[in-house]
Design a protein around this ligand. Structure first.
Ligand code: PEP
Ligand code: MG
Length: 552
């Protein structure tokens, strides 16, 4: 096995621990006759059912509470004499243990389902027991999230949302998935909860249970046979991160005192408190899609106003940048987007869709102006997916007409980055959305795992575009922020500041890491690091060049 496996790191975490693999459900056994004598087959099955029952009971004991009741109920079902008799009959008829369990449990499951009610709901639990017994008979790991009884590195093909929701974060030190890109469910969950994760690690299937590995999200790597020196380095980094997370929540600043306001990306008003607790100095991107996505028509002005007030109230006296509805492509809305478009990422989306449905834009701006009047926050509004100077001008006029004092645009399309020196004079500020800017610069769908390698904001092509925007900000004196995932990568955050960006906005879980890294470099150093990255030919070289200069 290679000493290091690579994928896409999510966040900056690093962990060291033993692997526990999440097995896929075992394939259903075929109806075949056993090569063994019935007594031998029967003994195998009994041993497997006993082992699975003991394992479930011990997991229940460790978990306690409601989980224990559920697991004990599963054990009782597995021991049901009528069920065991049904298995035994099939074994005596010459079937394999695997098939006997599969068929007998399935029959029982059906009976429970026809009874309905409480018993009907237990049918799924019975299926889980059957899968565990079959896996045991085959010598495969039990399906589902494993529980080895100690902290571990979870290795999975990918995680279903139901699995991820139940992850015990005290036990799961890190996640490694074979599938998935930077915007997969696993990645989103890991980023939101601050779990160390590397996704899309194609060779992770080679890892075995109990093997000690280092998961280094910052380096997008899994180290399979770490040396003592590497383990010591990881221990130091883990302690340093813990200290940074526990450190007083000072405002973001470089080593020479240059202020770099650290803002939060939020997707709902409910997320505001956590951001404040983690030291967010305001909001750099409030995604308003949540208000629209669950409904088949746009929400009323009153409904929107209520949500915006809730958000703004969490940030009295602070800057809060709200983005106008960004519908289309990865966030389609049936009442706004045309489902028939062949290339929705290049279609009527973002501001284009709003200008084609002015009513929705006007309602949103009205609700925002009313919310601002009712609260103490410093509200800024911005348009998504702006690609021309005219669009920037039009949106800014709309916002001003509605009484909003600060309106700006997102720079997510190469055309607007290249024209930043023409766009900034006609609007109030720019916020660079590096997720889409990378997608459009590299022509690589941000949702597609197969091209995830190209979706890298370290790419010098992306950095050159950001440089254009930073320089235009300098010339015009207009603020330039970054609110894409790039701002959450601590070293890249330093590069962005070196390219002329003034503020950074990110998932709140990333604030501590970015705050720490910024405090290590002066403005001059940030510029030198940025120049080194810009001069590279590839994303990997840009990252390495930045690391080399930063370490000097
Ligand atoms: C971006 O594209 O970088 C961005 C911040 O917007 P979203 O991720 O919501 O498209
Ligand atoms: Mg975007």
């Amino acid at each position: 096995m290679p000493e290091s496996l690579t994928g896409t790191g999510i966040g900056q975490g690093v962990a060291y621990g033993p692997v526990a693999r999440m097995a896929p459900p075992p394939a259903p056994p075929a109806d075949t006759d056993s090569q063994l004598k019935p007594e031998q087959e029967s003994a195998r099955v009994k041993e497997a059912i006993q082992a699975v029952s003991a394992e479930l009971a011990s997991r229940g004991e460790t978990a306690g509470g409601q989980a224990q009741e559920v697991l004990e109920a599963q054990v009782m079902m597995a021991q049901d004499p009528t069920l065991l008799e049904a298995v035994e009959q099939r074994v005596q008829a010459g079937k394999t243990g695997e098939f006997a369990v599969h068929a007998a449990f399935a029959e029982f499951q059906e009976t429970l389902q026809t009874l309905g009610g409480y018993l009907g709901e237990r049918a799924a639990d019975l299926a889980d027991v059957a899968l565990r017994v079959i896996a045991h008979l085959r010598g495969e790991p039990a399906p589902g999230v494993p529980d080895p009884g100690h902290p571990f590195v979870l290795v999975a093909q990918d995680l279903a949302p139901a699995d991820t929701a139940l992850l015990d974060l005290d036990k799961v030190q890190a996640l490694v998935t074979i599938e998935g890109g930077p915007t997969s469910h696993t990645a989103i969950l890991a980023r939101g909860k601050g779990i160390t994760a590397v996704v899309g690690v194609k060779d992770a299937a080679q890892l075995s249970d109990g093997q000690q590995v280092i998961v280094d999200a910052a380096a997008s790597a899994i180290i399979t046979e770490p040396s003592q020196e590497q383990i010591d380095d990881v221990t130091r980094r883990i302690e340093e991160r813990a200290a940074a997370a526990a450190a007083p929540l000072t405002p973001g600043a470089l080593a020479d005192g240059t202020e770099v306001p650290l803002l939060a990306n939020l997707g709902s008003p409910e997320a505001a408190q956590e951001a404040v607790d983690l030291g967010a100095e305001g909001v750099g991107l409030f995604r308003t899609e949540f208000l629209f996505l669950s409904s088949d028509k746009a929400p009323s002005v009153a409904e929107q106003r209520e949500s915006y007030i809730k958000l703004l109230q969490a940030f009295p006296g602070k800057k809060v940048v709200v983005r106008a509805l960004d519908a289309g492509a990865d966030k389609p809305l049936p009442f706004l987007n045309d489902a028939e478009e062949e290339n929705p990422a290049l279609g009527l989306r973002g501001l284009r869709a709003l200008l084609a449905n002015e009513e929705i834009l006007r309602d949103q701006l009205t609700a925002l102006a009313e919310a601002e009047a009712a609260t103490e926050a410093d509200l800024w509004v911005m348009a998504p997916m702006v690609s021309t100077v005219e669009e920037a001008e039009t949106f800014t006029k709309f916002a001003t007409q509605h009484g909003l004092k600060t309106a700006g645009v997102m720079i997510e399309v190469p055309s607007s980055a290249l024209l930043a020196d023409k766009i900034l004079p006609v609007t109030g500020f720019a916020s660079i959305g590096t997720n889409d800017l990378t997608q459009y610069t590299m022509a690589a769908d941000r949702l597609l795992g197969s091209v995830a390698g190209l979706q890298d904001p370290w790419h010098p092509a992306v950095l050159r575009l950001i440089r254009e925007v930073g320089a235009a900000g300098d010339h015009t004196g207009k603020p330039v922020g970054v609110c894409g995932e790039a701002a959450a990568d601590p070293l890249l955050a330093v590069v962005l500041i070196g390219l002329g960006v003034n503020t950074l906005s990110m998932a709140p879980a990333a604030l501590a890491d970015v705050r720490l890294e910024l405090s290590r470099h002066t403005k001059d150093q940030a510029e030198a690091i940025a120049q080194a990255a810009l001069a590279a030919s590839t994303a990997a070289d840009a990252r390495q060049a930045a690391l080399d200069v930063a370490a000097r």
